[in-house]
Structures are given as C-alpha cells and as structure tokens.
Ligand binder design. Structure first.
Ligand code: SUD
Ligand code: ADP
Length: 304
C-alpha cells in the first residue's frame, strides 16, 4: 500500500518551497562557459508553495503528489540530494515526498524551489551550514534559480541568475494573481533558444532597484519587465492572450510573464481584486489561476 504525503510526514522534516515571480528579468546575449546567458533577475517568493517532506529511510526515493510525468532520477530534489551526499560523504537515505502545488513548466521556479528545500532539509539533518560555499556550488549546478531560494524572499541576482547581488525588504502581503493558460508549458531551455533567434533589449534595471531599496511598493508596478516574454509567447501564443486579459482587469496595477512562462502574474490593488480575477480566469476562460501574496520569507523548515 502506498503512503500518503501526510503519513510520510511523521517524524520528518517539512520544508515549504515557495514559487517565485520575476518582477524583472533582463536576459543579455553574453554567455558563460556553460552557455548560460547573463541575466539580471529580481525574484520574489510567493505564498503559492510545494511542500517537501524528508523522512529517514533505507535508501533515497523521491515521489511527487500528484505523480510526475518524468523519472525520479530527473527530479531536481533527487539530483540535489545525491550531489549534497557526495560532496559531504553522506548517504542521502531519505524518502522525499513533494506535494506539488506549483504548476510545471510555468516560470514559477517549482523545480528550483524543490531542490533548494531538499538542500535545506538535508543541511538541517546533517548539521551543515546552508551558507557553506559547497552548498551554494551544488545549488547552482542543479539550476540557475536554486540559489535564490536559499537566499530569501526578494533579491536581485546576476551572473546566470545564480549570484546574489542585493537582498531587499520583502513586499510581504502584496496581492498578486497567477494565471497560466491551458498549454504544455514552456521550459527555460526552449525559451532561451527562441530568445537567441532575435534577442530583444533588456529594460532598464536600475529604476526598479532604486524603488526596492526605498521599499516604495507603489512604484514597483511601473518597473515590471521581462525580455524573455516574447520568446515564451512565440512558443505558447496563448500566453500573450493571458497577459493582455490581465491588463484589462479591474484592480490590476501591472501584468507580465514570469520567467520563461507559461504562467503570468499581475500585481493587484487588493486581495479581493486578486481573488476576483483568479475566479474569472478559471470560470470564464478555463485557465489555471491562483490568488496569492508576496512572502516575507523564502523557504521555511519545520521539524515534525
Ligand atoms: C528563466 C528563469 C528566470 O528566472 O526561470 P524559469 O522561468 O525557468 O523559472 C531562469 O533563468 C531559468 O532558471 P532554471 O529553471 O533554474 O534554469 P536551469 O535549469 O539552470 O537551466 C535550464 C536551461 O536554461 C538555459 N539557461 C538557464 C539560465 C541562464 N541564465 N541561461 C540559460 O541559457 C540553459 O539552456 C539551461 O540548460
Ligand atoms: N521537482 C520538480 N518539479 C517540477 N518539475 C521538475 C522537478 N524536477 C525536475 N523537473 C523538470 O523540470 C521541468 C520544468 O523546468 P523549467 O521549465 O525550467 O521550470 P519552471 O517550472 O520553473 O518553468 C519539468 O518539465 C520537469 O521535467
């Protein structure tokens, strides 16, 4: 008989793994040694989250609920556990169960957040400082966005998007709505490939950084930008329809594709507006949607 996520949580570590939105994404044409693009990325953790439970077991297993359409060995949580075990000479003998709430191929950073949650859980179990530079190196080897989730809730990262440049006081509680059209989704790899065919210039970054340094929430919507969005829309044209629909809704301050899509987000005037838009996106358009807020912290760990 298979165990449910709640059975597996007894005597375990439970890590809340938030989704992110890119308040700003500026992709540049320069690449690093791995072929990764240089990016400027401002990411914010949200209240939408996966739940990653790690329970001691005879061997490493990773299971998602609902079940994933790809092998366990490809799961970022599995790869993170193997890499950390190898680096620190430990056997990652844990049953890891990921309750998935963050949609796949959405630009919401689910795979990265799950990997970061796994690293945080194992660091706790093994008495490793998550700020250890070996942990940071493993994080960025799993995915460019993984370090962000280990850093906090609102941060500017550069390099491949994997190097913390500046952390800001979070815009905690700011209402947002997430909307994803019905489509197969967009992977980061596909979006960067299409970007290379005709790279649009990045929007100015500094105005948003200044507004975040001043914690001037009212000015944030004016500076939301993403020059990977045209590539995402070329791959899944439904995304452009979602963004323009969001921009036409009452109570929307700004709307943009998050990361490589296929999800978009809108900053809203109020929670009521975000909830109303989420309901309409679902009932009138048949899209996946979620009213959420920006979070005051990133990953959070509980010992059960
Ligand atoms: C686009 C962004 C924006 O935050 O996120 P998502 O939309 O995926 O959430 C990130 O740059 C994605 O980060 P992440 O999803 O961790 O990417 P990875 O798994 O490391 O990389 C997947 C593939 O994307 C491309 N890639 C990624 C990052 C980068 N700076 N340049 C790239 O060219 C590479 O082809 C790489 O093989
Ligand atoms: N824990 C995980 N959660 C979701 N997807 C994962 C996970 N581990 C690996 N993947 C793989 O990552 C792919 C999505 O990657 P990507 O598009 O870069 O992420 P995002 O959802 O942030 O846009 C999925 O199609 C899946 O094959």
């Amino acid at each position: 008989m298979s165990t449910s996520a709640s059975d597996a949580s007894k005597g375990a570590l439970v890590v809340t793994a938030p989704a992110k939105v890119n308040l700003y994404l500026g992709v540049h044409t320069q690449r690093d040694d791995r072929g990764y693009h240089r990016v400027d990325s401002v990411m914010a953790a949200t209240s939408l989250a996966d739940v990653v439970t790690l329970a001691p077991a005879e061997r490493l297993t990773v299971r998602t609920v609902p079940e994933a359409d790809f092998p366990m060995e490809h799961n970022t949580a599995y790869r993170a556990a193997c890499a950390l075990g190898e680096a620190f000479g430990r056997e990652p003998s844990f049953e890891i169960v990921i309750e998935k709430h963050i949609p796949l191929r959405a630009g919401l950073g689910g795979p990265s957040s799950d990997a970061a949650a796994t690293l945080m859980g194992l660091c706790h179990a093994w008495g490793i400082n998550p700020r250890d530079e070996r942990v940071d190196a493993i994080a960025r080897s799993i995915g460019a966005d993984v370090p962000f989730f280990l850093y906090g809730a609102l941060a500017y990262c550069d390099g491949a998007g994997d190097r913390l440049r500046e952390a800001f006081e979070p815009l905690a509680g700011a209402p947002i709505v997430l909307v994803k059209p019905v489509c197969a989704g967009v992977t980061a790899r596909e979006a960067y490939e299409v970007f290379d065919q005709d790279p649009p210039a990045a929007a100015p970054l500094e105005p948003l950084l200044e507004v975040l340094r001043a914690h001037d929430a009212a000015e944030v919507p004016a500076h939301i930008a993403n020059n990977l969005a045209p590539a995402a829309c070329a791959i899944a044209p439904e995304i452009a329809g979602v963004v323009s629909w969001l921009r036409g809704q009452d109570g929307v301050l700004a709307a943009q594709v998050t990361g490589s899509g296929a999800c978009s987000f809108a900053l809203c005037e109020s929670r009521e507006a975000a909830e109303h838009i989420a309901r309409d996106a679902d009932s009138k358009c048949g899209w996946w949607s979620c009213a959420a807020t920006m979070e005051k912290s990133g990953l959070s760990l509980q010992v059960c």
